[in-house]
Design a protein around this ligand. Structure first.
Ligand SMILES: *Cc1c(COP(=O)(O)O)cnc(C)c1O
Length: 559
């Protein structure tokens, strides 16, 4: 395997720290959008020759493999994987102090290579090192597993250990980019290396927050932090920058970063309200165009818009592609998904039927069951024009509400058994995501506002001519033009409806637009539907891609 570290040490780099990274399906070190975004960030940096090195944990036991029984009850199997099949074990060793012990850290090296010749090295930190206690060896096993203590140990390894490992490997770092607050302890290490000079550290650090609600930000009791860190000087620093009552990783990162951003315009405004007095910029997320465009559309784009993969702006020229060729690419992508669904479930879904997709982490605010909440109105839609629905998504092992959502969907599947075909596909991962976002006709998103900081799966759908139908939250506020790029559900962005009032408005739009606009257009006005498909590509994908995002990070944050 060609994973040469020498070749990638040249020059000064941006160090990109993320608890999870979704590089490829066989490397299960991601749980959802945050990790896939990190993967897309790395892929675009490699394509664009941006000098980046990424740091994460190896998560030897992965996130988890989802099993569902007949009632939709989820059980979690470990997703053991073998890093040595993909990566090179590096000889360098560093250590961090946890509870007074020296915990040794080594690392795996993986190169993300681009066809353009660019390459981003990724350092996977691993505490499964000889000499560590059995307990310490397991620190880098489970992504988002364990309790607060386990998580804090992981954050010490990622932040403090990550900085030390980059130094030990010989990387010269000019900026440290924290993808979410999990890695904010890197700033503690930087303070100690720079004479506790806050301005020096701030100049080095960039912080991207992803969490739009107060409760979502990682916080640790100082008693726990003290037990883990056991160094009075360190504790003083943590308390000075990390909040009075509890150690708030986001606040720590905010106080020690000159450049802070949210992941959409709306999210940066919401974050500014959450953290008054801080200047929080906006860099709207994007997805890696090549990765999330299905093979059929890749071929088409290659023929008509050569160079599109490294310059997704070219997708603006979608109008030059003959309609029948676009239809043909859609037809093939849809067939591939329907065949996969039928193979997996025996549901007998049909190629010609209007197909709605909903797949993402199963967690309460994403409201996977909103579409199923009024079965009578859904039946009515189905009488207007036949529909079928495909769901997928994992619930975090400790998210009981998320798990209940899956069981609720299974109940609805039973209720509608002989009327509307609905399936829930097991074990949502990057490969299944790619099939779903390209194979359905309509991509549905129904989060509770303002919880969806960005959302990215709708951007993936748009790259494949799949039309979005979503609540106006996160990225969709910026991508949505009613009846042109897709449709909205519920209150306008500036409307402040909450609770039951918002829900009534949302349900009305959800069912009425399906009944009166969307389903009839699909079946009866193919030309109009084709226009929506074109606009998804030419007006959404051309902008909501990670090449545009990374160029913004370079000009606004890195330089
Ligand atoms: C893109 C992606 C996500 C994020 O989906 P959202 O709808 O933006 O939450 C989650 N999981 C996987 C596997 C993905 O590919």
């Amino acid at each position: 395997m060609e994973n040469n570290l020498q070749g990638v040490l040249k020059g000064q780099k941006i160090a990109y720290f993320s608890m999870e990274i979704g590089l490829r399906n066989e490397i299960p070190t991601y749980s959802g959008g945050l990790g896939v975004l990190a993967g897309d960030t790395i892929r675009s940096a490699a394509d664009l020759n941006i000098p980046l090195v990424a740091v994460t944990l190896v998560s030897n036991k992965g996130y988890f493999r989802q099993k569902l029984d007949a009632s939709g009850t989820q059980t979690e199997l470990t997703e053991e994987w073998t890093p040595s099949n993909f990566m090179t074990w590096l000889p360098q060793e560093v250590s961090v102090k946890i509870q007074g012990r020296d915990v040794k850290i080594q690392a795996w090296h993986y190169n993300c290579k681009s066809l353009t010749g660019g390459c981003v090295p990724i350092i996977f930190l691993d505490t499964n090192v000889e000499g560590n206690s059995p307990e310490d060896r397991r620190i880098t096993d489970f992504l988002y597993g364990g309790d607060h203590t386990y998580r804090l140990k992981q954050e010490i390894v990622l932040g403090v250990g990550g900085v030390r490992m980059l130094n030990a490997l010989g990387f010269k770092i000019r900026k440290y980019h924290m993808n979410e607050g999990h890695s904010s302890l890197l700033a503690l290490e930087l303070l100690k290396c720079n004479g506790k000079e806050c301005p020096i550290v701030k100049d080095l650090c960039i912080f991207t927050t992803h969490t739009p609600v107060e409760a979502g930000h990682d916080k640790f009791d100082y008693s726990l932090v003290e037990d883990m860190i056991r160094d009075q000087n360190d504790m003083e620093i943590l308390k000075k920058y990390g909040g009075e009552d509890r150690f708030n990783t986001s606040l720590f990162a905010l106080n020690l970063s000159d450049y802070v951003n949210g992941v959409t315009k709306r999210h940066s405004r919401v974050s500014s309200e959450l953290f008054p007095g801080y200047s929080i910029q906006a860099i709207t997320n994007g997805v890696h165009s090549y990765t999330w465009t299905c093979p059929y559309f890749r071929d088409l784009f290659d023929r008509y818009m050569p160079g599109w993969a490294n310059e997704p702006e070219l997708l603006v020229r979608i109008g030059g592609i003959p309609d029948d060729e676009i239809w043909e690419a859609r037809r093939k992508a849809k067939k591939a998904l329907i065949d996969e669904v039928n193979k997996r479930t025996g549901a007998g879904m049909e190629y010609e039927t209007f197909t709605i997709g909903f797949a993402r982490r199963m967690t309460a605010y994403k409201r996977a069951t909103l579409l199923l909440s009024d079965i009578e109105r859904l039946r009515k839609v189905n009488r207007r024009g036949k529909i079928q629905i495909i769901f997928a998504g994992k619930a975090h092992p400790r998210d009981e509400a998320g798990k209940q959502l899956i069981r609720d969907i299974f109940k609805s599947i039973e209720t509608l058994r002989n009327e509307v075909k609905i399936v829930f596909l097991e074990n949502y991962d990057m490969d299944l995501a790619a099939k779903m976002v390209s194979g359905v006709d309509l991509w549905l998103n129904t989060p509770t506002r303002p919880y969806e900081a960005s959302g990215t799966s709708g951007m993936k759908a748009a790259h494949n001519g799949v039309v979005n139908f979503s609540i106006l939250d996160g990225w969709w506020i910026e991508g949505w033009i009613e009846g042109v790029t897709g449709w909205s559900i519920g209150p306008m962005p500036e409307e402040n409806l909450i609770g039951e009032e918002a829900r009534v408005a949302e349900l009305n739009d959800l069912y009425n637009k399906l009944y009166y606009i969307i389903v009839p257009m699909y079946y009866e006005r193919k030309d109009d539907w084709l226009k929506m498909m074109n606009n998804s590509i030419g007006m959404i994908a051309y902008y909501f891609n990670s090449h545009r995002m990374m160029r913004r990070y370079v000009t606004h944050a890195y330089l």
